[in-house]
Design a binder for this molecule. Sequence first.
Ligand code: ADP
Length: 323
Amino acid sequence: AGPLDKEQMQGLRDIREFLKVRTSYDVLPLSFRLVVLDNDLLIKKSLNILIQNGIVSAPLWDSHNSTFAGLLTSTDYINVIQYYCQFPDQLNQVDQFRLCNLRDIEKAIGVVPLETVSVHPMRPLYEACRRMLKTRARRIPLIDTDDETGRQTVVSVITQYRILKFIAVNNEQHTMLLKKPVGELGLGTYTNMATATMNSSVLDVIHLMVKHNISAVPVVDEDYKLLNVFEAVDVIPCIRGGAYDELSATVGDALSNRAEDFAGIYTCGEDDRLDSIFDTIRKSRVHRLIVVDDDSRLKGIISLSDILKYVLLYGEEDDSIRS
Ligand code: ADP
């Protein structure tokens, strides 16, 4: 291993050490807003609430038992869409579904339910990261349980982005050491890319995301040049008001309806290094990086989970995370 490799490994070790001495609670800002939805709410209504609050996910609360009931995410809406596709004559029923029916929907369409993991806010942040990687969760709820009464409190939810940003902001001297090009590290996915064109239907792209178990599909032109990215969260405005028939619209139309404050798309080259990616994460709300060549042709994709996995597990004995 050359000096670059040594420095890179040192940087990774320092960041891992940092994650072990900080807690999930440390990631939270001093004050924040938390929208929790009642599990009895109609799914249709939950869509409007997310859109009105400018959020794409919310913890669910079972008010009959006073317990945390899981995390609502865009995957749940994608499941409802799949249900509608499999049982198209049940639109009336779909309209009446409540958030507590989401588990029944999973069963009906035969998807394996996502494990509902959570962590205690005062546990090391490293633990939250490991748990996210193991379950492939993109966000993890922080749940506090009272020792005496056993009562649960939903404290907040932390995302992969928030964790990576926390690392970026507090470890500039360590991320600086990560100077190996991402292409050389093989960071991300560069083969069998799932892509769409502006004329693909939203429904086709949803099926693609389900099939590949991914949260975003790059939109390219006939020369494979990157035009945009359709994300799982872009599904939410598409079905606002229960408009499932509008899923036959094109990706181009759906993307033109994006909110004004859309964070944008971030690209990088295969020669870019993790230190500059951490600079980007420090400054902007990145959800993933699309790897392009000098002619903006699509080469690959680096998801936040790819980065988190590398930072936590590269060079460790059990970097398989399948344990
Ligand atoms: P995240 O879990 O961070 O949301 P994704 O679910 O999008 O990330 O990605 C999961 C894995 O699939 C990652 O290893 C990523 O590199 C890969 N991946 C993401 N999008 C695509 C795509 N459109 N085509 C092929 N592979 C992808």
